[in-house]
Design a protein. Sequence first.
Length: 310
Amino acid sequence: MEFFRIKNDIPFMRHALVFNVISLLTFVLAVLFLATRGLNLSVEFTGGTLVEVHYSEAPQLEPIRQALSDDGYPDAQVQNFGSARDVLIRLPNRDGLESSRVSEKVMTTLSAVDGGSPELRRVEFVGPQVGKELAADGAMALLLVVVGIMVYLALRFEWRFSVAAIIANLHDVIIILGFFAFFQWEFSLAVLAAVLAVLGYSVNESVVVFDRVRETFKKKRGMDTPEVLNHAITRTISRTVITHGSTQMMVLSMLLFGGETLYYFSLALTIGILFGIYSSVLVASPLVMWLGVSREQFIKPKQEKQEAVV
């Protein structure tokens, strides 16, 4: 299915160096922000107390945040949980305070806020050690996804495509992390899940382009490598617009209407999808060209049949 068809191939590879210089600059900036500012890790990674309360009527969250801030918790995270009447509060660790005392202090603060009498549903304490284990498990999950994608691409295509796709996809991941480091947005387990989703999403676009490259090498014998890449990218533009456009609309709806619970998850997906289109098409393809992909790697030479000697 196509929305439109472009008759003449667009010379993307003519500007391959420009595209990759832009990518290199954004990558270096992202690494710089990660090194200097670091990630603003959520309670799941740093440890803290989670308090879930229920109201008879849907409360306003901003007065709750302000009351907790005035009571010594300026970095408290307040969001709806499940319904508009259920509120989840995340509080970072405080030296000298046990989780039971924290929950008592929170309930006292909430009771003084207009909007109904809150009912305590549950209290959970996340220790620093658990947070470190979650961070280690998250890093291991990211590593396994990268290795799995690399093995898959190496088996399906060859090492040049595998290396190019991994570099392009890691470029997306580092840029997402760079955005979160620069703006000090909260990096939670939900954001980590979004990063892993972006990895799979970006590699899918790379596979589509690489499949068309392999097909074009076999059918268009009069084209050189840059022309083949230009042809493959141009012929998949309509599919890219349909796929990424529909996905981006869904993610933007979560970003605009999903509330605080889905905000950073959908924000990470939005950044990943936008940069994923760019890297999968305009970063991975030039890398494949510079790594020396050619028609001979896809066409097996004909073997002459030897006549049987009588």
